[in-house]
Design a protein. Structure first.
Length: 217
């Protein structure tokens, strides 16, 4: 049975913006609402889907202003070793790299995800100790944060940079010879926080990823 690892941030973890707005701590959508869970339903019993999302995870940077241990690069190789053999690794990271504390242009964010792609290609975490197939997913565009001053201060200029990312992610994926999917074609973030998926977005992304996987395989 082929296995896909979904490696991402809070939108892979399943952060529920509406429920969290009324809570002192993050609330997660149920497993069958989150896009990896829905992906498993789309693919059926012929696939195993491993959900590996973390709130605040960035590609190759640590956020010193928030909780520690959020650098995707640091956790990626242990994660691959834990779950191999993996037929496919789907990466959707970059939203947290847009934070003002990192001071990163969109090109540097795409390059950071490219570092993860190279680690996977060299990992031998696929069947027969070969490299897994890789699907790079460009994250959703940041929403309008004008009515959310605290978030706006943490994500200065993020919307504009997020809109540059599909072109740059696609070029990076082509450079490394891996597959690409633009989540911005299928999703829009909730107006509640301008960052996280609605339940409908999770459904749309799951269907798009399932269709892409079928074409890849």
């Amino acid at each position: 049975m082929p296995t896909i690892l979904c490696f991402g941030d809070s939108n892979t973890w399943g952060y529920d913006p509406a429920a969290t707005a009324a809570s002192p701590f993050p609330i997660r959508y149920p497993a069958d609402v989150r896009w990896p869970g829905q992906l498993a339903g789309e693919l059926g019993n012929s696939w195993q889907v491993i959900e590996e999302g973390q709130n605040g995870r960035a590609a190759v940077h640590e956020d010193r202003t928030a909780l520690a241990s959020r650098c995707g690069r640091d956790y990626l190789l242990p994660c691959l070793e834990s779950h191999h053999p993996l037929e496919v690794v789907a990466i959707m990271l970059g939203t947290n790299d847009l934070k003002a504390c990192h001071h990163l242009p969109a090109q540097d964010i795409a390059n950071g995800v490219g570092v993860l792609v190279q680690l996977i290609l060299k990992s031998g975490a696929g069947p027969g100790a070969r490299a897994p197939k890789i699907l790079v997913i460009c994250p959703a565009a940041i929403g309008n944060l004008e009515s959310l001053p605290d978030l706006a201060a943490r994500f200065v200029g993020a919307r504009e940079r997020s809109l540059e990312m599909p072109r740059l992610y696609a070029a990076m994926a082509k450079l490394h010879g891996v597959e690409f999917l633009n989540a911005q074609e299928y999703t829009q973030v909730s107006p509640i926080d301008g960052l996280h998926f609605t339940a409908e977005d999770h459904t749309a992304l799951a269907k798009a990823v399932a269709a892409k996987l079928r074409s890849m395989m």
